[in-house]
Every structure is written in structure tokens, then in C-alpha cells.
Write a protein that binds this ligand. Structure first.
Ligand SMILES: Nc1ncnc2c1ncn2[C@@H]1O[C@H](COP(=O)(O)OP(=O)(O)OP(=O)(O)O)[C@@H](O)[C@H]1O
Length: 261
């Protein structure tokens, strides 16, 4: 446990602006321990993507960002990319490159094993995501959801310690959403990753993440274990909706939204 805390991700207080406009003000993150999934929640424009990009080193932030005793915020982008993999909200561009090739390119950043091992590992990731049959298809021939899965494969292929995903389920059908969340749970636990996912589906967040950070207007409304963050009072403040948490017949929490507050 001591090791887990030492290797945790912590950030803040962070202040992040676009030009003169302050987007996030005094936001703190963590400590988020290895092996945990954190849902980053909030209404449109609340600052989720901005915070995720800052953690990835793609947006300047005032304030410290550390992984254990590694000062991530002070690392140059190529070095930081060894620790953090980031998948943006936009789908991977439909380039004329085979899916397997794009995963191999993603792997090369820090993988020292032999090329045949690379290929086996890349195929395993594609297979885990249910898209092994697309290995030799070109990205510009894939559907939107298939491209999103390919993007996820590229992020996992980097073997990051911190996995930052911006709405990774947005183009996926119901079954793929569940499969991807289950896979992320397994991979996060087995690799000891720190996974942060921007999610709009609060029900998925409630059932599949360990912790949550709820943002509103550039501030943290609540952060901690997901069942203490996703509460009627917090949802009223952050989203302006009336909601209830009920326990479903399988004994797990279920979110019901009754309407606008
Ligand atoms: N490149 C930019 N330049 C200026 N302002 C920006 C830029 N990107 C985002 N913003 C502003 O920052 C605020 C937060 O945006 P952000 O994309 O972080 O929100 P979000 O919570 O991810 O929203 P959504 O759920 O709609 O994706 C918004 O008011 C947005 O207009």
C-alpha cells in the first residue's frame, strides 16, 4: 500500500487558462493510486478535456503534476510520453495505414523487445479489443467506432503508467462500451496503470470506476470514491438535474434522472 501511494498521480492546485480566460482554478487531483480507474465528470464546457490535456502535458498549467517522485510537469514532452498515453476526444485520423501498423508505431516509443514480440503483443491488444480481424484493414476504411477502438489499441500499446482517455466510448455501440470498460478495468489492474477517463454516461462511471472527479465551472465540486461523488446533491450542483441513486436487483447502484432541477 505504501508503494501504491508512492507511485500515485497527484496534481495541483492547478490553474489553467486560454489566453486571459481562466478555465480551471485551484483544481487538485489525487492522489490516484496505480490500478485504479477515475472518471472525470462534468457538464459541457466544465473543463474536463482541458484538465486531461494538462495532465498529458499538452496544455500548459500552473501547478505541480507528479507521478510518485517523478515531476511529470517538469519533463520535456518526449520523456513525459514515456509515462502518459493520451487519447483525444476526436477519432484517430482516417489515414492510409493498416491498423496493426499504427499499433506497432505506437509501441516503438519504449519497447525494446524483438520485432516478432512486437507483432504478437500488438495482435493481442487488437484481439482483446475484439478487432483482430481488422489488423490488416486500413484506418481510412474503418467505421468511426472501429477507429475509436484502434485509437484505444494505440494508447494501450504505449504501455503507459498513466492512461488518459477523453470520451473513449463516444462512438461505440452498447456491447463495445461494456467490453471496453471491462478490458480497461482488467488492464488497469493487471498493469498497475492509473487510468483517467472522461465520461458522459454517469451510470457507467458509477458502476465501472473506482473514483471520480466532478467539475463545474472550473472547480472541483467533489472528488473521491465514485459513490460519494455521484450523488443527487452533487449532480444538481454540477448538471442542474434531479437524480436518484437506487439499488438495482443485482445489488449494484443505478442512476435515475427525473428531470431538470
Ligand atoms: N483552444 C481553446 N481556446 C479557447 N478556449 C477553449 C479552448 N478549448 C476549450 N476552451 C474553453 O474552455 C472551456 C472548457 O472546455 P473543455 O473542452 O475543457 O470542456 P469539457 O468539460 O471537456 O467539455 P465537453 O464535455 O463539451 O467536451 C470551455 O469554455 C471552452 O470554450
Amino acid at each position: 500500500m505504501r508503494e501504491a501511494i508512492q507511485d500515485s498521480l497527484t496534481a495541483g492546485p492547478l490553474t489553467i487558462s486560454y489566453g486571459r480566460r481562466r478555465i480551471l482554478d485551484g483544481v487538485t487531483v489525487g492522489p490516484l493510486p496505480p490500478g485504479s480507474i477515475t472518471a472525470l465528470l462534468g457538464a459541457n464546457g466544465s473543463g474536463k478535456s482541458t484538465l486531461l490535456r494538462a495532465l498529458a502535458g499538452l496544455k500548459a498549467a500552473d501547478g505541480a503534476i507528479s507521478l510518485g517522485d517523478i515531476p511529470l510537469g517538469a519533463l520535456a514532452p518526449p520523456e513525459r510520453a514515456r509515462y502518459c498515453a493520451y487519447m483525444p476526444q476526436t477519432l484517430p485520423p482516417p489515414i492510409r495505414m493498416q491498423t496493426l501498423e499504427t499499433v506497432l508505431v505506437a509501441m516503438r516509443t519504449d519497447n525494446r523487445s524483438r520485432k516478432s514480440n512486437h507483432i504478437a503483443q500488438a495482435l493481442k491488444i487488437l484481439s482483446d479489443l475484439g478487432i483482430a480481424s481488422l489488423a490488416h484493414h486500413y484506418l481510412d476504411e474503418l467505421s468511426g467506432g472501429q477507429r475509436q477502438l484502434a485509437g484505444l489499441a494505440q494508447a494501450l500499446a504505449r504501455s503507459p503508467r498513466v492512461l488518459l482517455l477523453d470520451e473513449p466510448l463516444s462512438a461505440l455501440d452498447l456491447r463495445h462500451q461494456l467490453e471496453v470498460m471491462d478490458l480497461l478495468r482488467d488492464e488497469t489492474a493487471s498493469r498497475g496503470m492509473i487510468t483517467i477517463i472522461v465520461l458522459h454516461d454517469l451510470g457507467v462511471a458509477l458502476r465501472r470506476s473506482d473514483q471520480a472527479i466532478l467539475l463545474a465551472e472550473g472547480h472541483v465540486v467533489s472528488a473521491g470514491p465514485v459513490n460519494q461523488v455521484v450523488t443527487p446533491e452533487h449532480l444538481r450542483r454540477a448538471f442542474g438535474v434531479e437524480a436518484r441513486i437506487e439499488i438495482s436487483s443485482d445489488g449494484r447502484p443505478m442512476l435515475l434522472v427525473d428531470g431538470v432541477a
